[in-house]
Design a protein around this ligand. Structure first.
Ligand SMILES: [Zn+2]
Length: 235
């Protein structure tokens, strides 16, 4: 059964509803872009923190080895002081062997300290790039925020304009049709309406009956039996 509304009026409503949907999608894109930007800042900051942590660990490794070296050297000094107090050759020789072994161990420690210092230098070189990445990510985020804010102002003004046009077009609908229209729009949004394509519904592509096509050709609006949307003919 045809609705008491013209195809022209419905075409206008359909256009306005589609514009509204499009504007809302554009508005929703802003917060998503900001969320991506915030995630990039977080990732850069955590990479930077990880680099500082690595430096701390590398410094601790150096300190620990240096402490071990000092203690090993002081042990050697102690042993050397005992050499003069040796009573037998055997005792003396044993002590000399011990000192020689300890000196070998300090050589190894010295090499390990050089390696640990090298490692410290290497991780220190990662700080500047990590800091630069944090700054770059923050700059990108603030640029995105400025752009999104500007866009939002423009889009909201556009939404208000389309909303006013929609209100006026909806108010022009006869009372009965308005109820049907609002019910369908509430559940389907802009897809509540569809232009006829050939002899089929432009929403669900169901073939339309001869009766429906006849009513549609008179510029009337007919609900689709397949998807329930309001059909109209484009001229
Ligand atoms: Zn349909």
């Amino acid at each position: 059964m045809a609705l008491a509304v013209s195809a022209d009026a419905l075409r206008t409503l359909h256009r306005l509803q589609r514009q509204m949907t499009d504007l809302r999608e554009q508005l929703a894109a802003g917060p998503r872009q900001l969320a991506v930007g915030s995630k990039q800042v977080e990732a850069a900051e955590s990479a930077h923190a990880a680099t500082l942590d690595e430096i701390k660990k590398a410094k601790m490794a150096v300190d620990q080895k240096q402490l071990q070296l000092r203690s090993a050297e002081s042990k050697i000094l102690d042993l050397e002081a005992k050499l003069n107090a040796c009573k037998t050759n055997r005792e003396y020789q044993t002590l000399r062997d011990q000192i020689a072994a300890d000196r070998m161990a300090t050589k190894v420690l010295e090499d390990e300290i050089l390696e640990a210092l090298d490692r410290l230098d290497t991780v220190k070189r990662n700080v500047a790039p990590a800091e630069a990445e944090v700054a770059a990510a923050k700059k990108r985020l603030s640029e995105t925020r400025a752009k999104v804010d500007g866009e939002a102002t423009r889009l909201e003004a556009e939404v208000a304009r389309i909303r006013a046009d929609l209100d006026s077009a909806e108010n022009d609908l006869p009372h009965d049709s308005r109820e049907v229209y609002h019910r369908i729009v509430k559940s389907k949004g802009a897809d509540a309406m569809a232009a006829v394509e050939g002899e089929s519904c432009g929403g669900c592509f169901q073939q339309l009956t001869g009766n429906m096509l006849a009513e549609l050709s008179m510029g009337r609006v007919v609900p689709c039996r397949g998807c329930g949307c309001l059909l109209y003919v484009t001229t």
